[in-house]
Design a protein around this ligand. Structure first.
Ligand SMILES: Nc1ncnc2c1ncn2[C@@H]1O[C@H](COP(=O)(O)OP(=O)(O)O)[C@@H](O)[C@H]1O
Ligand SMILES: [Mg+2]
Length: 411
């Protein structure tokens, strides 16, 4: 099931397959090979999705270390430390049963998570482990702000990772396309890579989301991508969108905003009569808008690849006739009534897809799922018991669906 995700399917298993960050890779392998005596622990840090976790796993495999992974928040719990870290780190190399294995290596991934809670105890627990360990300790962190990890910095070899270079990402995407037999326009891969801002994971995820079997991946398909981190608010998004001269430009404004799709759709529809005073143009614009709405509905929770049609149609709305643009004042706060109606519909769609999933797994009709299962499921999720995570996984519920479920009052 996991391998449905390309990021997992194509996760490198050897060091040389990990692209980019050559210097960091060299420092890391040198440390494993002959610098472990100078520093017992190493901290790999840098932006997400560049291969830190992957590199550690690949290196353990290549250098024959057994990787003992410990969740960073486990480090806080004395029990977990005693159970996992201490045994793993006190008898380095003493694996009598395997001559191949050089010993254990302790891996604490995403240690910034723990430090983020201003949890001094957590950091101290890790330090204690490092001080007492005989086995090498590897840590990884996403947060470039290592201030929180300052006490750790002193006792670790620090290895900095950077964003992966765009040409390397393009090459990686190309390779995946070839393996998946996806035809592509080169510019489409380029767009995905640039947009990822050096995050290989998100580039691969975007590639998978945009590709369709038997179809050529085009630049047009990549319109749905927004530049990460470039958030603008609703007002600026609308202003840029309505003054856009081309579909691509309009799309780029839609994408650069952090506004919910549904809110965007509604805000655009509210402002259309102000934008298009000519009725023929207005009718055309409504046509595109309704298409966008249809796709928005179909995207639901599973057909994410359809989102590009939503964006495409929505971008057409803005450019029915760029010539006729005249400055107008926006309505940015839609009437509450419309708002409620709109959300009810969105919620209904989500509920429908939740019921379909329940039906699938429990072999009951959607109706039965809704009447009998949903009320219990809602209670179970609301109580946040341990089993809820399992339930969510088993039913393959998206975070959005979980939110809708737990916030349901009645139906
Ligand atoms: N440097 C890289 N080379 C090849 N694939 C990568 C690289 N970085 C990330 N990936 C892809 O992204 C996924 C997540 O990478 P990961 O190592 O977990 O990133 P990080 O730990 O830096 O957040 C991997 O499974 C892999 O598919
Ligand atoms: Mg990681």
């Amino acid at each position: 099931m996991k391998n449905d995700l390309w990021v997992e399917k194509y996760r490198p298993t050897s060091i040389k397959e990990v692209i980019g960050n050559e210097e960091a890779k060299t420092l890391f392998t040198e440390w494993i090979e002959n610098k472990r005596s100078t520093k017992k622990a190493v901290l790999l840090y840098g932006p997400p999705g560049v291969g830190k976790t992957t590199l550690v796993n690949a290196a353990a495999l290549e250098y024959n270390f057994r990787l003992i992974e410990m969740n960073a928040s486990d480090a806080r719990s004395e029990k977990a430390v005693n159970r996992i870290a201490l045994p793993a780190t006190s008898f380095a190399g003493l694996d009598k049963f395997s001559s191949e294995i050089k010993g254990n290596m302790l891996f604490l991934d995403e240690v910034d998570g723990i430090a983020g809670n201003e949890d001094r105890g957590g950091v101290n627990a890790i330090i204690k482990i490092i001080e007492n360990t005989h086995a090498p300790v590897i840590m990884a962190a996403n947060d470039p702000d290592l201030e929180k990890l300052r006490p750790l910095k002193k006792i670790c070899l620090l290895i900095k990772f950077q964003q992966t270079r765009i040409p390397l990402i393009i090459m990686a995407l190309k390779k995946i396309c070839e393996q998946e037999q996806i035809m592509y326009e080169f510019e489409a891969l380029e767009k995905i890579a640039i947009n990822s801002q050096g995050d290989v994971r998100s580039a691969i995820n975007d590639l998978q989301g945009l590709s369709e079997e038997g179809k050529t991946l085009t630049v047009q398909d990549t319109l749905a991508l927004g530049l990460r981190n470039r958030n603008i608010d609703m007002y600026d998004a609308l202003r840029g969108y309505f003054t856009a001269k081309s579909v691509v430009e309009a799309a780029s404004f839609l994408n650069s905003s952090d506004v919910e799709f549904d809110d965007l759709l509604m805000a655009i529809s509210d402002n259309m009569p102000r934008r298009y005073t000519d009725t023929v143009e207005l009718a055309k614009a409504y046509d595109y808008l309704s298409q966008a709405d249809v796709f928005r509905g179909r995207v639901g929770t599973e057909n994410w690849h359809l989102i590009k049609y939503f964006f495409n149609n929505l971008s057409q709305v803005a450019t029915v006739n760029p010539e006729s643009y005249k400055h107008f004042e926006f309505i940015t706060a839609p009437p509450i009534k419309v708002h409620t109606l709109f959300w009810t519909k969105a919620k209904r769609t989500t509920l429908n897809s939740i019921c379909a999933k329940i039906g699938n797994q429990c072999h009951v009709s959607k109706y039965e799922a809704k009447m009998i299962y949903v009320p219990y499921l809602r209670l179970m999720l609301q109580q946040k018991k341990k089993t809820s995570t399992q339930l969510i996984e088993w039913l393959k519920l998206t975070p959005e669906e979980v939110t809708v479920l737990t916030s349901l009052k009645m139906f």
